[in-house]
Design a protein around this ligand. Structure first.
Ligand code: 4AD
Ligand code: MG
Length: 443
């Protein structure tokens, strides 16, 4: 009889009909002489499949291996929902064949890599690791997170843009630039699309991008990658307070979108059982208060074991300890100019500090960095001088302050850090397809 080709997520609508399903063998088990169970995976879900009698006596059945690609034909039958058939149905197979056999024995996938494998081996074998339950679930949540950001910005009236990744300017300091030869000229991989987004304001109004950013980070940490996906936005005619509200509204809005989608909520719950959307106002704290908090709680500077002082950068470890102790998202604001980027304006009432913000999340630390931008031409020129930057390369950025300048601000969110927070992953390395960091550029 005829069989309609379906994907596993469509099985629920095809009960009692004969179907054909392609997929990979995720698990299999032989029961007695005449019965074999296969859990098939096709990216849209898992399906328990039952092979009876002569179907389990063939050479292919006896030598079936995990991760082989197979085609299974049969009727979808309703069964009580349980551990093996979570969707309340299974496929009673009446015909099947192997499409692409995976090796068994020494070269079996579980011998190549498994949960117990050394982390560096797991990274070498990441193309196989991503087939696993947790890794594939994180990648699927990632796809939904990217879509949720796009939907959020779309509803809020932002336009998406695609800025260049090959550039001749720096945004976040010279020490983390990847430099390369661009037809005999010096060029860099972009650290941030911010400067380009700023040029789009008079053309399109508020804009955003989901692009790759590159940082030649030398530190081995659980939250630094050399290449990461950067969600950046820029908004004209706003105040610093508007910017803080925008960041808070975006994080809450995107989480709500994910949570309101039953399939996404189920994936997040599977990865991070205690996750709950945070609906209270985020804590707002000034840099100076954070320094006081660290000293009151006995945190010391790593270099000399002394108290933190105004002007110190707050390193990753004490930052996370503070965020975890407070246990709530924190909008940390008003950082001193010297520890922040050249484009950040000083506040009117206290020129020692800038209109800048980091959003800190429990378990991860900084997830968003943002600020207002210096919008006066001569003040920006002076900032370039102070930073020792050659303004020739920034003529287009300075023109922005010449042809109809306006107060504006924006921010950048690290998609992998956001995912590490949502999925409770220890490292951002588990939150991207193929992580890039010091010493790792494969697969
Ligand atoms: O704080 P950052 O460096 O800020 C900027 O690049 C601004 N120009 C963004 C803007 O205002 N448009 O980076 C922003 C965010 C960080 O908060 C962090 O989440 C992420 O990008 N990030 C990294 N993620 C992974 N690996 C790295 N090496 C990262 N560096 C920054
Ligand atoms: Mg930052």
């Amino acid at each position: 009889p005829a069989a309609k080709q379906i994907r596993i997520k469509e099985a629920v609508d095809c009960r009692n009909t004969r179907v054909k399903v392609f997929g990979w063998v995720s698990r299999h088990r032989v029961q007695g002489k005449d019965m074999m169970f296969v859990v098939l995976r096709d990216g849209t879900g898992h399906l328990q499949c039952v092979l009876n009698d002569r179907l389990c006596h063939t050479y292919d059945a006896v030598t079936l291996t995990l991760e082989s690609a197979v085609a299974l034909y049969g009727v979808i039958k309703e069964v009580p929902a349980g551990k093996t058939a979570p969707d309340g149905h299974e496929l009673i197979v009446d015909y099947w064949y192997v499409v692409g056999k995976a090796p068994g024995g020494d070269d079996a996938i579980t011998n190549r890599v498994n949960e117990e494998s050394d982390p560096s081996l797991r990274l070498d074998q990441r193309h196989l690791v991503i087939r696993g339950d947790r890794a594939s679930a994180i990648l699927k949540v990632r796809a939904r997170v990217m879509r949720a950001f796009r939907d959020h910005f779309d509803v809020c009236g932002y336009h998406e843009v695609t800025p260049p990744c090959m550039v001749q300017t720096q945004v976040e300091g010279g020490s983390t630039l990847f430099e390369f030869d661009y037809y005999k000229e010096k060029a860099y991989l972009t650290q941030s699309s911010q400067l380009y987004l700023e040029t789009c304001l008079p053309s399109m109004g508020a804009v955003y991008t989901l692009s790759e950013s590159y940082r030649a980070e030398t530190s081995h940490t659980r939250r630094h990658l050399s290449e990461y996906t950067h969600c950046e936005a820029e908004i004209p005619f706003i105040s610093f307070n508007d910017l803080l509200d925008t960041i808070e509204g975006m994080v809450k809005g995107v989480v709500k979108r994910l949570w309101d989608e039953p399939a996404t909520r189920a994936m997040i719950k599977q990865l991070n059982p205690t996750f709950e959307p945070y609906t209270e106002p985020f804590v707002r704290m000034r840099y100076e208060e954070a320094i006081a908090w660290l000293n009151e709680h006995g945190k010391k500077r790593a270099e000399d074991g002394k108290d933190f002082e105004f002007g110190d950068d707050i390193p990753e470890a004490p930052e996370r300890e503070m965020t975890d102790a407070i246990g709530k998202p924190i909008l940390l604001t008003h950082f001193p100019g010297p520890i922040k980027a050249f484009y950040m304006p000083a506040t009117k009432d206290d020129p020692r500090v800038t209109e800048s913000v980091d959003l800190l999340m429990p378990n991860v630390g900084e997830v968003v960095g943002g600020s207002m931008r210096i919008w006066d031409h001569d003040t920006l020129l002076a900032a370039f001088k102070r930073e020792g930057l050659n303004t020739d390369h920034y003529y287009w950025y300075l023109d922005q302050r010449k042809y109809g300048t306006c107060p504006h601000g924006g921010f950048g969110l690290g998609v992998e850090r956001f995912l590490a927070w949502i999925t409770d992953s220890f490292s951002v390395r588990d939150c991207c397809l193929y992580p890039r960091f010091v010493g790792r550029c494969k697969p």
